[in-house]
Ligand binder design. Structure first.
Ligand code: FMN
Length: 340
């Protein structure tokens, strides 16, 4: 059978289809369970959660499905200097972004506190919970963590945006490599070269990586239906990871307006921008993304920019100023169909 792939075997699933995990509170237990119960692999994006919250979510997932599922973390989860940003950087961002805060009638927030990585504590909780699958982006966990995963029977999957990253993941002994093309919604999870220098489309990336590594591949980016899965498999993938199309489902945790926009004309125009978080990510294009193009130096580093923009986002949603709200989504959004 076409779906009996090595990747599906490693993941312990019937069909080689993964629901891409969504960070930033957009994952839901309901969607993870729906996909896993249907024979795919549901995935929960947990990089913003505390260890206690991860324990709670894991318990809820286990109550909702007895099938394999994936918990996802970010290995590198901050670009903030240890001492936080200096006054000059704060002033620069304040000058560039104050007009939007003024327009919404809200004050520009004070200088943010430094952000310390949460990954070590999160991964400790994860190892304790032993989810069937652990996927990660923005780097490679330490050899100790990967050895623990092997010992505990947790399958590992790491994202690569270049052949170099795929080779590094293979050398580290990761079980599966997710080839993440630049069509994909959400952040570009590059870790060896800057994201802007790692922008290869899924189908080229798959072929380049296939030539360099033997580890089973999962294709991610621009896949929203069976034809996309078949095309990815023809180019050497053993499974496909679908994000945007699952984000648009009722079961996801995306607000109704976000899901609606993914089916609208606006979804034809996506862009890669650092304006909303400080790291490069793909969402539906809007006024702020356009205004801030080429002005990365005027933004806070990740995730301080997220904190800053979340204040703005909340007010913009309340005032229905959609051209100020970045809604994540991949290039494939218009291909996915809404059931009536
Ligand atoms: C809103 C959103 C949030 C995402 N967050 C994460 C994340 O936290 N970790 C991760 O590994 N991938 C994340 N992704 C990537 C998806 O898991 C998936 O690989 C990608 O969406 C596939 O491309 P597609 O959007 O073209 O289907 C996110 C994608 C979106 C759209």
């Amino acid at each position: 059978m076409w779906y009996h792939t090595q990747a599906a075997k490693i993941l312990g699933i019937q069909y080689p289809l993964l629901q891409g995990p969504f960070g930033g509170n957009l994952s839901s237990v309901e969607l993870v369970a729906a996909v896993s119960n249907a024979g795919g692999l549901g995935g929960y994006g947990a990089y913003t959660l505390s260890p206690d919250e991860i324990i709670h979510v894991n318990k809820q997932i286990r109550a909702a499905t007895d099938k394999p599922y994936n918990i996802n973390l970010w290995v590198s989860d901050t670009d903030s200097p240890p001492a936080g940003i200096d006054d000059a950087r704060y002033e620069q961002a304040r000058r560039a972004l104050t007009p939007y805060f003024d327009e919404l009638g809200i004050p520009f927030p004070p200088k943010p506190a430094p952000f310390t990585s949460r990954f070590e504590n999160q991964v400790e909780a994860l190892l304790h919970l032993r989810p069937p699958v652990f996927s990660f982006v923005f780097g490679i966990p330490s050899p100790e963590v990967l050895a623990q995963c092997r010992k505990l029977g947790i399958a590992t999957a790491g994202a690569a945006t270049t052949p170099d990253e795929a080779m590094a993941l293979e050398a580290a002994g990761v079980d599966l490599i997710i080839a993440s093309g630049f069509e994909a919604g959400g952040h570009r999870p590059s870790f060896l070269a800057p994201a802007e220098a790692s922008l290869t489309g899924t189908f080229v990336l798959l072929q380049l990586i296939r030539e360099k590594v033997k580890t089973p591949l999962i294709a991610a980016g621009g896949i929203a239906n069976g034809k996309g899965v078949a095309a990815a498999m023809a180019l050497g993938a053993g499974a496909a990871q679908v994000g945007t199309a699952f984000l648009a489902c009722d079961e996801s945790n995306a607000p109704a307006v976000h899901r609606k926009l993914l089916f609208s004309d606006a979804a034809k125009y996506t862009t890669l921008t650092r304006a909303f978080t400080g790291r490069l990510g793909r969402g539906i294009n809007n006024r702020i993304a356009k205004d801030m193009q080429g002005k990365d130096q005027q933004l806070f580093p990740f995730p301080l920019q997220t904190q800053l923009m979340s204040t703005l986002r909340k007010a913009a949603i309340e005032q229905q100023k959609w051209d100020m709200v970045l809604l994540w989504g991949g290039q494939v959004a218009p291909v996915s169909k809404q059931k009536c």
